[in-house]
Every structure is written in structure tokens, then in C-alpha cells.
Design a protein around this ligand. Structure first.
Ligand SMILES: [Zn+2]
Length: 213
């Protein structure tokens, strides 16, 4: 079972990917993680990606696809995977399909996690990060023991600027705009499955299992 995971920021993609990985034994392939790892390992693709990032440019699609290709060529891939972070638009989906076709790999399902704006704002605007060790907290869902202080290192907790309400609304608009073509692309292929992600993670995961099984 090969899955592409889509959904706006705050829909809970990371948590659901983890649950999917554990339940179905799938690989979780996050292109963000792949990029960071290739840069840290100093691979050929990693050093190419680093040049773009250092210039403040986006890493080109073909480079991300090359990284994915390497990852998908590793043994164990037949168990299936969850792809997270790519594609982000219909052009990238086309490039991905062309690459997968050569490797005789098919995307079976595209899961789209849908959550309402007030829920997303509640989730993201409550997020706090430790200035010192980067640990994540949430003011209601996962508070620190002492208000504003990190449990692990006593560092100060702060709200990232893009987790403020206005910034969240803007991130949502950008996401919806950029993924409109992508959603249509997978809808046409008959692979798109929408999942209501307005609930707590275990309930969302139950809904997700229901559409997959
Ligand atoms: Zn800390």
C-alpha cells in the first residue's frame, strides 16, 4: 500500500503518518527529512541541495525527485510507504508519477486530511517552542509544568511568528491555492480519499483506517 498524505498545516499529518507507519508497517518518507539527512551526510545530492538553500532558493523539483528515487530503490520498499511533503502541486505530481512508473511503483491512495480553520488556528496558535532545545509544547494539549518554561532544559518558551493567528490564516490560503490543482489531479485518477481531521488524533486515525480497509 503506497500512500500520499496531504492536508493543510495543523491538520495533523505528522501524527497520522506516525500512526499509519506503526499500524500498517509502512515507511514514512518525509521529503523534508530526506533533504536534511542528505545535507547532513554530505551526499552529492545533499551538497547540491545545500547550495540552493544557502542562496535562499527553493530546492528544484528534479533534485527532490532524485532523492526520492534513491530512497525508493532501497530494499524493503515493497512493504509500502507514506509520502509526506511532496508533491505540493500538480506539476510535481506529474514528475513523481513519471519517476514511479519507471520503477513500476504505483500510488494507491491519496489521503487528504481536512480540518476547519478555527480548529487549525486553535492547534497551531497554541504551539510553543523552547528557545533553547526546540522542544514543542501546546498551551492546552501539552502544556509545560511551569508556564512559559521548558520542562527539559528550563529554557524560555515562545510562539513562532508563523504560528500567530494572522500568519496561520495566510498559510492556509496559500496551501489551498497551491494544492487546488493537485487535489484535482488525484481526484481525476480516482485516488483521492478525504478524511475528517477535526477530531483528536485517535478518532481521526479510526476514520482513516475506515477509508483504507
Ligand atoms: Zn528546552
Amino acid at each position: 500500500m503506497n500512500i500520499v498524505l496531504l492536508g493543510p498545516p495543523g491538520a495533523g499529518k505528522g501524527t497520522q503518518a506516525k500512526l499509519l507507519r506503526e499500524y500498517f508497517g509502512l515507511w514514512h518518507i518525509s521529503t523534508g527529512d530526506l533533504l536534511r539527512k542528505s545535507i547532513a551526510d554530505g551526499t552529492k545530492l545533499g551538497s547540491q541541495a545545500k547550495e540552493f538553500i544557502e542562496k535562499g532558493d527553493l530546492v528544484p523539483d528534479n533534485l527532490v525527485v532524485e532523492l526520492l528515487k534513491e530512497r525508493l530503490a532501497q530494499p524493503g520498499i515493497e512493504k509500502g510507504f507514506i509520502l509526506d511533503g511532496f508533491p505540493r502541486n500538480d506539476a510535481q505530481a506529474g514528475i513523481l508519477d513519471a519517476m514511479l512508473k519507471k520503477q513500476a511503483i504505483v500510488i494507491d491512495y491519496v489521503l487528504y486530511l481536512e480540518a476547519d480553520e478555527p480548529i487549525i488556528i486553535q492547534r497551531l496558535s497554541g504551539r510553543r517552542v523552547c528557545k533553547n532545545c526546540q522542544q514543542n509544547y501546546h498551551v492546552t494539549n501539552m502544556p509545560s509544568q511551569k508556564d512559559g518554561i521548558c520542562d527539559t532544559c528550563s529554557g524560555l518558551l515562545y510562539q513562532r511568528p508563523d504560528d500567530r493567528e494572522e500568519a496561520i490564516k495566510n498559510r492556509l490560503l496559500v496551501y489551498l491555492r497551491d494544492t487546488k490543482g493537485l487535489v484535482d489531479y488525484y481526484k481525476k485518477q480516482g485516488k483521492l480519499l478525504k478524511v475528517d481531521a477535526n477530531f483528536d488524533a485517535p478518532i481521526v486515525f479510526d476514520g482513516l483506517k475506515k477509508v483504507l480497509l
